[in-house]
Structures are given as C-alpha cells and as structure tokens.
Design a protein around this ligand. Sequence first.
Ligand code: NAD
Length: 508
Amino acid sequence: MPQTLPSAIADARAILGRLGVDPAALDGGTLTARSPVTGEILASLREHTADEAKAAIDAAHEAFLAWRKVPAPRRGELVRLLGEELRAAKADLAALVTIEAGKVTSEGLGEVQEMIDICDYAVGLSRQLFGLTLATERPSHRMMETWHPLGVVGVISAFNFPVAVWSWNAALAFVCGDSVVWKPSEKTPLVALATQALFERACAKFGPDAPAALSVLLIGGREVGETLVDHPKVPLVSATGSTAMGRQVGPKLAARFARALLELGGNNAAIVAPSADLDLTLRGVAFAAMGTAGQRCTTLRRLFVHDSVYDAFVGRLKAAYPSVPVGDPRTAGVLVGPLIDKPAYQAMQRALDAARAAGGKVIGGERADVAGHDAFYVAPALVEIDHQAEIVKHETFAPILYVMRYAELSEAIALQNDVAQGLSSSIFTLNVREAELFVSGEGSDCGIANVNIGPSGAEIGGAFGGEKETGGGREAGSDSWKAYMRRATNTVNYGTTLPLAQGVVFDV
Ligand code: NAD
C-alpha cells in the first residue's frame, strides 16, 4: 500500500507568509497550485484575465519609461538589494521550490543560489554596459556604439526551473534599464508569488527611484502567455519551455518583429570513450541522468559507450540504478523526487513501451510506492538499445537513459548530433585529441559541450543556451546582456567640413 506523506500545505502557507505573500491571494481562484510531493492542493489562485494582463503590461511600459532614466549603476543597487533578500530567504524559498516543483532539498537550495549568483553578476554588469569606439574614415569625426534600455521584457518560464529562469532574465533586464513582466508556469505559481514579494521588499529598501510595475507577475496558463507574446509594447520575450511552445511563440514574435530569446527542449547525450575515468564518469552520468527525476532541460538522455568499456561501465551503471533512493524530496538522503504530475508519468510509460517495441531492454521505470495516488514517483529507467530508434530522438521529460554502443568516435559524434535538439552534450575521455575534436567545429553541435563533466549544471558566467530546435537563445553570462538592450551607432563630427560617403558630391 502506498504510504501517506506528511502534509505540505501548512509548511507552504507558513513559508509564503514569512516571505510576505498576502494570504488572501491564496484562495478562491481557478488556478490550483498542487504539490507533486504529496499530490495535495496547496492553494487556488485568481488568474489574470486578458484585459487585466494587457493593463499590467501597459503599466510595466510606463515603469520602463521612468526606469531607463535611472543610471545603470544605481539600477544595479536594486539588484544588489534583491540578492540580499534572496540570501535572507534562501532556505524558505528553496523549501517552497521543493514542495511545489518536487526538487530534492539540495537542488532547491542550488536553484536559489543561482538566483543569488546572477544578482551578483548583474551588479557588476551594471557598471560594464559598454560599447565600442570605432575607427572612422572621415576626418574630425568620432564613431561609437551605445547601448540603450530596450523596453518591457516578457519572461515565460517552465515548471522545472520555476524561479532561476526568471532571475537569469530579470537581473540582467533590470540593470539594462528594462521592466519585466513574468508569466510563470501554471504548475508553479506559488514560488513566483514568493519571488515577487521578495522583489517588492528590495524595492521598498531601494526607495522611490524604482517605479511601480517595474516587475509584474501574471498568473495563468498558456492564454495569459499569449497575451504577453502578442502585446506590441513588449519588444523582447524570453520563453523557456517545450519545443511545442517555442514553435507557437517564435513565429508570433517574428510576425511583429519582436525579439525572441527561446530556451526549449533538450535531448542531451554523453560519450564514454575508451580512456574515460570510469569512477568519475559513473558519478557524472548518474547525476545528469537521474537528478531532478530527469526533469532538467539538460538531463542526460542518451549515452554512447565505447565497445571496449561497455560491459564494465554499463554493468556498474545497472547496479547503481536500483540503489538510488527515490522518495519524499524533503527527506535527507533522497536523490530522486517525484515527477511533476500524472501526464508526465503517462508520457514516461508510453516512451518505455515504445523503447521495448524497438527492441530496448528496460531496467526500472515502474511507479515507486512512495505516496498516495495523486503523486507520481518512479524508479529511474535505463534502456539498453542497439540503435538510435525514433523514441530515442525525442525528449521525454522523465528519468529515462538510453544506452548504446559505439566503435568509432566519429560515429558516436554523428549519432549524438543526429537529433533535432541541440542543448547540451559531454564526452568522458582522457585523450586530448578526442576531447578537442568533440569541442571543435566538427564535434558536438550543441550550445553546451563539456569534457569530463555531465551535460547538466550551468554557471551563470557562461551564457546558457542551445542550438537547433532548442531555440538558439542565450541567457545569463558572457555577452547575453546585449539581448536586453538596443544598440545605436553614433557619429559625431567635430570638424568644419562635411565629408560625404565615398565619391558622393552633393553641393547646395
Ligand atoms: P511548457 O512548454 O509546457 O510550458 C512552459 C511555459 O510556456 C509555461 O509557462 C506555459 O504556460 C507557457 N506556454 C505554453 N504555450 C504557450 C503559448 N502558446 N504562448 C505563450 N506561452 C505558452 O514546458 P514545461 O512542461 O513547463 O517545461 C518543460 C520543458 O521546458 C522541457 O521541454 C524542457 O526541456 C524545457 N526547458 C528548457 C530550458 C532551457 O533552458 N533550454 C530550461 C527549462 C526547461
């Protein structure tokens, strides 16, 4: 018989209260916030109507007009204060991420730490939004590029990184002089309410330079997201979620010449080469494939193992899989929590059936006996299969690792690249030629290509994002701030003549 886990409702409400969310906002609405940990309904939130959403976006546009006049380093001070609020609230916000998204405690804490890190990064960035000075062919002229605030940045986020994705976008957008309208996943609205409350605390400390509606939260499902995508006063929408979502959002933004920053699905692979350090590889593969119950965009889903180490390595992997503790993510020692909901469980079972039909040998994958009927825990699945069947080429957002053999590295790289998605990838090897080939232009075609570390886990300093069907967007580090600003080229003539373009004579 399934056990009943300790209720999460009282804890969730106590945390929301401590973080400053009005208890009156938690009941009486149509959007139910559910915990995947226990299956309980935590709250029922009121959803924004289309008219309310449009009015909120208009208000954010007004906020942008004021905020763009605040000097960038002063804007950075607001983000510094946000980082302080996040530090103070780290344990609470992380616990809420665990309750609402089902991440184990250490992953919930890691998610909030990413928010803190991007705030620190953005504070420094607020003094480095610089452009180039360009050599001009015209005498007594100076030419330069300048970067200006862009406008309202729309952020649409997925359930599996319910707060970090907002912060990756918002921290940069705020220092760049933009306002932000956030449509979080309908599966994780409570952590969004909590984050918004923390932002408002930071604004109260910052003072009147932060206009009302600098950060706006829109509660609701896909329709509310569509309102954001269609609004003419939103010049950039950063949307994180499935490829299906990106296919709808991308063309709509293109039709009105707005910018899209798309972070979509992944179908990430790793190659285990003959020289791989197998102890290190085992840990890297296990975490990347089973962490967050396979619900990371960077989850390892395909593994290509060289013939010479296949039996030794896959034998160890098969022994490790059943021993990984699956259970209540609030409990110390548990490494794999629940799937987000029943459709996720059903999609996993369909994928495993398809893999069996294609000749795959499946270990694990069955529902785990952890909680009542409304929570969906599964044993992570390992599928040995002799070819890259159609099902292997799809992202199933669950802990399924397909394992295949290879003989030549060129063959393994070709198979790795032979999927529509291009997010993350790795090679495990101690051979410098193999490692360098993998990260070269002839190697992995993904936005992230790693050596001796799994495909999951990102640092805010490196721009995060993928290629191909993953959308081509980049968030967080490197020069991704430029997506949140507009560039102008300015030419100043400080001479007494007016040289025209090459060869042009225009005397009046
Ligand atoms: P999802 O596509 O179901 O939903 C994501 C968000 O998009 C939600 O807020 C949803 O309401 C909104 N949405 C859906 N259709 C829309 C539309 N037509 N217009 C506007 N908004 C719309 O994704 P999910 O199940 O929440 O998340 C899992 C998916 O997200 C996986 O595919 C995963 O790989 C991907 N993901 C990618 C990254 C990345 O950085 N590449 C990060 C996290 C998750």
